[in-house]
Design a protein. Structure first.
Lengths: 146, 72
């Protein structure tokens, strides 16, 4: 095979694993920050690390077969969480409870029975953290399972 | 899937990182293949086969002893 000076070395390929590992730690901290107030700069740094981890998963070309296998498995797991989220949202929208929960989420104000409730489908950041957490949990589990 | 990768690597006194360098994969990938957690893709299996100059079926064992039509 012809020598290609741009081919990543073994250590360069390992970097992708370390970045996702750091992202998993930051994700755990971010999850913690959902329940306990932390300084904004800490939350911001964690969000940045999680974003970097997910971006590496999507766009990295300096990885290998195994990393792509882990990414695919973890992404499918995260998609499953989104599907469950949609199922719950569908039940709330379709059921009588949707109007009731919407009124509660709107602070008890009278609300139209439209797709805008309940409370913009819960909080978007909660969904994002939940899906990222699912991704990282599955990635770490697959990586270190026996 | 069981394989002889660890033995073949040890015969050459290579670390997992060394083997990863030869195969253009990471140390983590070599470890996952050796421990049976991950079955390599066909291109990677061929690369391993060429590197150690052995047929794929002598390096990897899927536990199937039958003939091509499934007869034992």
């Amino acid at each position: 095979m012809a020598y290609d000076p741009t081919t990543p070395t073994e250590s360069e390929r390992s970097v992708a694993y370390y970045i996702v590992g750091a992202g998993a730690v930051a994700n755990a901290a971010l999850l913690f920050a959902q329940f306990v107030a932390v300084p904004r700069w800490i939350a911001g740094a964690c969000i940045l690390a999680v974003a970097a981890s997910l971006l590496v998963t999507v766009f990295s070309s300096r990885d290998d077969d195994y990393f792509r296998h882990l990414s695919l498995t973890s992404s499918r797991f995260a998609m499953g969480i989104i599907a469950i989220w949609f199922c719950v949202a569908a039940i709330i929208h379709l059921g009588d409870g949707g109007h009731f929960v919407g009124e509660l989420a709107a602070g008890g104000q009278p609300s139209e029975n439209t797709s805008a409730g309940p409370a913009g489908w819960f909080a978007a950041d909660t969904l994002a953290v939940t899906v990222a957490t699912a991704f990282h949990i599955r990635f770490v589990f697959e990586r270190f399972r026996r | 899937m069981k394989n002889q990768l660890k033995v073949l690597r040890a015969m050459r006194n290579w670390s997992q990182a060394d083997l990863g360098e030869h195969l253009d994969v990471s140390r983590q990938a070599v470890n996952a293949i050796e421990t049976g957690k991950y079955d390599p893709s066909l291109p990677l299996a061929f690369k391993i086969s060429r590197l150690f100059e052995q047929p794929i079926e002598e390096i990897f064992d899927d536990g199937f002893d039958g003939g091509p039509n499934g007869e034992a």
